[in-house]
Write a protein that binds this ligand. Sequence first.
Ligand code: 13P
Length: 249
Amino acid sequence: MGDRKFFVGGNWKMNGLKPDIDEIVAFMNAGPLNENTDVVVSPPAIYLDYARQKLNANIGVAAQNCYKAGKGAFTGDISPEMIKDCGCEWVILGHSERRNVFGENDELVGAKTKYALSQGLSVIACIGEKLEEREADQTMDVVQRQTTALIENIGDNWGKVVLAYEPVWAIGTGKTATPDQAQEVHQKLRAWLAGKTSDTVAQSLRIIYGGSVNAGNCKDLAQKEDIDGFLVGGASLKPDFVKIVNAKE
Ligand code: 13P
């Protein structure tokens, strides 16, 4: 195992009004959070500033999306500059809900990644196959296609990227990939990335898993050599999230 620092993100998705956020902030600030784990939470855009002001400084804050430009006539969207202006350093890009509900394609996710990195944001870039793709034995084809669109846009900025493997069939379904299933994809991706980038990039890149991670399954997943953390949806809204942050001893 390389010396990759464990990384746990909490993607709140479109959840939480201010009183709910206050509760999440309370259990996150109370912790205790493992110092050897990077922790980032991702509130809805409208609450980035509110959450950033209330969370302790050791907890990073990510936007859930952004556009590929700094400003302009893009009604409803936000820019990396705005995210930074709210004191936040991260953005999630290419989440399967952005891809499948809002129709974002590989090219757009790549362009957003490039622009966010150019503005100094760190990126949690998401990839993952749908159920029918897994059943058709296309998992690696899909995640490699999605990652190829990222590689050309990341350039030398791999140090500011975390790759999140989130099989679509495991998201919000309670159907977690088994530790072996997730490990297999992570390990194959890392080996493939070494050929496409370099051994150094592949060995230092954190590849995290997302899809129905909870307090009950996180420790087994965290044992796997190529699982460097999690991107957690539903369970990141509950105090159990602290247990997930601390999954790695
Ligand atoms: P769940 O943990 O709710 O399955 O969501 C995973 C996810 O999409 C995180 O980005």
